[in-house]
Each structure stands twice: as C-alpha cells, then as structure tokens.
Ligand binder design. Structure first.
Ligand SMILES: [Zn+2]
Ligand SMILES: [Zn+2]
Length: 304
C-alpha cells in the first residue's frame, strides 16, 4: 500500500509568502490523514495533488492558532462540496468545546457528522491496518506528538521451503502468504512453516511543537520518518526554550538517538527566509535531515 507524506505548511507561528502554517497530510491508500490544520490549509490542499474530500481523520496537536485555525473553513467547504461521510477529529482535551465553538460561527450547521474524540497521553487507537499513538510533549500548552504505526507484515515467503514441502507454485502460495493454513495430501501446512519472522510496518512520528524531550527518543525509535519542531537555529536556543520549541540541532540530536531513517525539520520561524543554516546544523549531527518546502511530498517505501 502506498504511503506518502505531503507538507502543506512548514512554517511556525504565522503564514509567510514562502511557508504556510502547520499542516501535514499522510496519504495511505485511498485515505488521507491530516495532522494539524493551520489557517489557509484548505487552499494549500487545493494547490497540492490531494483532494480534501479524501480526508477521513484530522489530528490536532494543540490549540495554538497556527495549528487549528484552518478547521472552520475546511469544515464548511467540505459541506459545500456535499460531503456525506463523517469527519473524525482528534486532539487533546478541550477539543469538544473548540469544535462546538467553531460550529457556532456564523450561519452554519453541518449536515454531515463530525465525530470528536478527546485523547489522553499514551493513547493508542486502532484503525484498519495501523494504530495512532499519542505522547504528551514539552510545550507551553498541552500538546501531543502523534505516531502512525502500521501493523506488522507477514514474514518473507520461503519459496524453496514451500517447494520442498510439495506445495505446487500458484494460488496455494498466496494463501500461505496471506496467513492461511492449507492442506496438501492430507497434511496441514501452516504459514509459519514457510514464512520468515514478521516484518514491521512503516512508522511516522510527528512531534508537534515541543522543546527537545527525552521521551521522544523512545516514541520515535526506529521510525521511518520523524517530523520534528525546528523553529530556530541553535543561536537562538534560549528563545526556543522560552517559547517551548526546539532548534534544528536539537531535533537532529533526537533523530540520531532514536535511530530514525529520515528527519524533516518543520515549524520554521518566519525570520528564516533561507532555511539553509538550519538544515546545515542538523545535517552535521544527523545526515538525513531535510527542511521540506510547502507542497513537497515523499513516498515512504516498505523495507525489504
Ligand atoms: Zn506552532
Ligand atoms: Zn504551539
């Protein structure tokens, strides 16, 4: 199944000509999960290859304006385009009140269902094919990091072993690969006789706004992708700490300790017209560090 991450807003605090505020879309098969929805996110979606009608779930990291002010417009536009499917919105406590306030703005009554779920720290919600986990991070208001972790995949199919067991090549192979037991010449063959150990699915972690936080190392352990707050260059480390943010260098240190594959630095302060210095200081510590541009997409492939 295809898994793709698209950066719809990579800037922090307020929109600039180059970067909109926080929003990240993860497309998995035919479903889009949106993480944060800063002001103007619906226009960013329209300028991207994505369709906002495919958004099934929205996860909000915290209730600072640059992370949720895009919700009222997006919710109304979905209605104007005849949305019928329910929209699921998740976030820290306070979400129910926030959404009810949003829905009471102007003359608007949703005709599709909006299902609000308030989450706690260390939550784990199961969906088909993956789970979403929360971690309360170190910001100046209650904030979650989110982890999307796919279910384990069956192990590698050992063709030689299967042939040795007298299984003819063809549909029986697929049955075993799907985890079904088969019977051949009166003998039961279970999948574990021909499959290697289970392989992990893909893992994406989005830090939300946060100071460097030791628990993030475990939370993001071996992730394919870590998207981390990197609001400032390390020259402004004290300012970062004061406002509950990280520097690019600190984000890279987390990525290195967590042994992730790729680090994306986001929530870039509007003061940095050129993000190169941030990317450079991160790369010194963790080579696969990138400051993505708005609208950049990256496919996350399954490991062999
Ligand atoms: Zn923010
Ligand atoms: Zn914030």
């Amino acid at each position: 199944m295809q898994l793709e991450i698209t950066f719809l807003g990579t800037g922090g605090s307020w929109p600039t000509v180059k970067r909109n505020v926080s929003a990240i879309a993860i497309k998995r098969g035919g479903e889009i999960l949106l993480f944060d929805c800063g002001e103007g996110t619906q226009r960013q979606i329209q300028k991207s290859k994505l369709s906002y009608m495919q958004i099934s779930k929205i996860f909000i990291t915290h209730y600072h304006g640059d992370h949720f002010l895009g919700l009222p417009g997006l919710i109304q536009t979905m209605q104007l385009n005849d949305r019928e499917e329910p929209l699921y919105i998740y976030g820290p406590r306070g979400l129910r009140k926030l959404v009810s306030q949003i829905l009471s703005l102007g003359y608007f009554t949703p005709t599709y269902e909006i299902v609000v779920t308030e989450l706690d720290d260390n939550c784990s919600i199961k969906f088909e094919g993956y789970i979403i986990k929360t971690l309360k991070v170190y910001h100046n208001v209650p904030t979650f990091a989110y982890c999307l972790e796919e279910d384990e995949r069956p192990g590698k199919f050992n063709k030689e072993k299967a042939l040795e067991l007298g299984i003819p090549e063809g549909p029986l192979f697929s049955k075993l690969q799907r985890g079904e037991t088969i019977v051949i010449n009166g003998r039961k063959i279970t999948p574990n006789m021909v499959l290697g150990p289970k392989r992990p699915g893909r893992k994406i972690v989005i830090s939300g706004d946060t100071r460097p936080f030791e628990k993030m190392v475990d939370f993001a352990k071996n992730a394919d992708v870590l998207v981390h707050d990197a609001t400032f260059h390390s020259e402004l480390e004290e300012v970062a700490a004061e406002y509950g943010h990280s520097t690019a260098k600190q984000a890279a240190e987390i990525a290195k300790k967590a042994e992730v594959d790729k680090l994306f630095l986001v929530h870039i302060s509007p003061r940095y017209l050129d993000p190169k210095p941030l990317e450079e200081e991160a790369k010194e510590i963790f080579k696969d560090s990138i400051v993505p541009k708005d609208f950049q997409s990256f496919e996350i492939r399954l490991k062999k």
